[in-house]
Design a binder for this molecule. Structure first.
Ligand SMILES: [Zn+2]
Ligand SMILES: [Zn+2]
Length: 315
């Protein structure tokens, strides 16, 4: 099969079709999409080598699978299921896990992929495939609400109006709280405003303006320090940025202001599919372009441009 392989550089190659092990299903990829994590991986994040890509929708083609013939999305973490963390409800933190296209497991920028059947979720019939491919990033946005309680009376600042920032903003809007999404780029702020979101240029944010909850999804090393400047004492900072280059932080302000810092990663697929199929979150305005799989290298080039939102690949 054809696959995009990362090994210091990105190349389209012919590689053997993966073979499902016990409990796994073979999936033909229909759509995939490029995430910031993929752009960081090709800069060295996680030292990953192999086929990247973890956001997908595909059709199960293993005849022996209960999902045979169905369109599915898939949770990206493949835990061992038996260790202490797995047994105590922290499967996404299993130290023996592999993660689709990120850690020890080939990803979805290929014709086929294998995943454990327990990771698969059926795409509701009414959901367009080009929306279903947003399930994974939307699940990551919803994860914030699994982790912290946000009262509708509290104000929230979201830093970064990129792909994830816009999905997070849509979820906060549903919650009914007063949120503002900031970005340094005028184009991104305009796109957010066009989606009916409350958005402002970061340069208009005064030093005195603060929020009870700040979310950093800037994808930039300085995002954390920036967000802390605008957090009320005892406020909560949710970190969504994962980058190849780490940030050095002065921890004193965290102690003095009794800030709560919450790292936030993958979330549950069921609520994401539910919001998408009810039309409560609309990812369609986030699609900048759709490329065919043979043009995936051009898709990556476009993805790196600062004003690009989601780039989809049709396989
Ligand atoms: Zn992603
Ligand atoms: Zn485990």
């Amino acid at each position: 099969m054809k696959a995009l392989v990362f090994d210091e550089t990105l190349k389209l190659k012919d590689v053997p079709r993966p073979k499902p092990k016990n409990g796994e299903a073979l999936i033909r990829i229909l759509f995939s999409s490029i995430c910031n994590t993929d752009l960081e991986i090709i800069k060295g994040y996680m030292n990953f080598k192999g086929i990247p890509g973890h956001e997908f929708v595909g059709e199960v083609i293993s005849k022996s699978s209960a999902f045979f013939g169905k369109n599915v999305v898939g949770e990206i973490n493949c835990p061992c299921g038996i260790c202490y963390l797995c047994q105590t409800g922290r499967k996404t933190h299993c130290p023996y896990r592999s993660t689709l296209g990120i850690l020890d497991r080939d990803g979805v920028f290929a014709e086929y992929v294998v995943l454990p059947e327990e990771n698969l979720r059926i795409v509701p019939d009414n959901l367009p495939l080009s929306s279903a491919v947003f399930t994974e990033p939307l699940a990551a946005a919803i994860e914030i609400f699994e982790q912290i309680q946000i009262k509708p009376s509290q104000n929230v600042f979201i830093f970064g109006a990129g792909k994830l920032g816009l999905l997070i903003s849509q979820v906060f809007r549903l919650n009914g709280c007063v949120y503002t999404t900031f970005d340094i780029q005028e184009g991104k702020v305009k796109q957010a405003l066009n989606q009916g979101l409350n958005a402002r240029l970061l340069s208009t944010l005064k030093a005195t303006e603060k929020a009870e909850v700040c979310v950093d999804c800037t994808g930039h090393p300085s995002g954390i320090s920036q967000a802390l400047l605008h957090l009320f004492p005892r406020g909560k900072l949710v970190l969504k940025t994962t980058i190849a280059k780490p940030e050095i932080l002065d921890l004193n302000q965290i102690v003095i202001n009794e800030f709560e810092i919450i790292g936030s990663r993958c979330g549950l697929f069921e609520p994401a599919l539910s919001l998408l199929s009810q039309g409560l979150v609309n990812p369609q305005p986030l699609i900048t372009a759709i490329f065919s799989f043979k043009d995936i290298l051009n898709a990556f080039e476009l993805s790196k441009q600062p004003e690009t939102l989601k780039v989809l690949i049709q396989h």
